[in-house]
Ligand binder design. Sequence first.
Ligand code: NAD
Length: 267
Amino acid sequence: MGLDYEYRILDLLELGRPANDVGAMLTEARSAGYAAMNITHPCKQLVLDLVDELDTDAANLRAVNLVVFDGDRLVGYNTDWMGYRDGLIAGLPNASLDRVVQIGCGGAGAATAYALLSVGAQRLDLFDADAVRADELALRMRARFTEATIGTLASDELPEAIAVATGVVHATPLGMLHHPGVAFDVGLLAERAWVSDVVYRPLETELIREAAQRGHPVLDGGRMAVGQACASLRIITGLEPDRDRMQRHFRDLISAEVDSRMRRGGR
Ligand code: NAD
């Protein structure tokens, strides 16, 4: 894009700093001349109390993954949900949102639920192995999206809900390299139902592969990851990045990383 910017990774583990140091790190970064900081696990909630201004969606989601330095003020945003929303629109443009089932209600699941409801999902049924998490997310989403029907599912209700869903979102760590498996029986899906996975290491999870083989439209986790980066770049610079180019670059990076981990024995 011809921008003279630098993007550096500050890894708490490598730096030997506790998550609670994130406030000090924000101050240091601002003094060092940075324009912004992306924030990830385990600091997305800690930052909520440190910013001077919170974007409404970040406040609703109770999670910040971008802090922009606006003079002396710290402004917090959440671009995870925007990333999922933009990826969904670009990657599954004809997806019916009439009746969506979501499995997994943690950090990624909060962002996908928020995005689905923001783009007009009429009915969203949430399931999590930890029922309290599904209940809490449903409560928060009902308070924000009063028009939609937002339910929770017990494990014995999941198969039936999947069978009548127009789409299923998977937002648990299952399918990651060191966490193989599929969270539900793909054979239960209705004929035209779409499937979306948030996992992106690897991009082709067992779920994505199996669903695609059965002819279901699929959306892998790469779209969300790139989408949140695009939204961050847009907020920081005011410029629209080339999403397709970022997508290609991201795919090359992830493939190389996954190949190298497989060669090292799945670590
Ligand atoms: P998290 O720990 O906050 O939430 C995971 C949730 O899944 C938990 O509530 C847990 O109880 C539930 N769960 C686990 N196994 C389950 C199962 N078999 N059935 C039902 N529920 C189950 O984790 P997270 O931060 O939400 O991350 C989840 C995945 O999303 C990770 O693989 C992460 O890499 C990925 N992720 C992707 C993106 C992206 O941009 N694509 C962004 C964030 C996270």
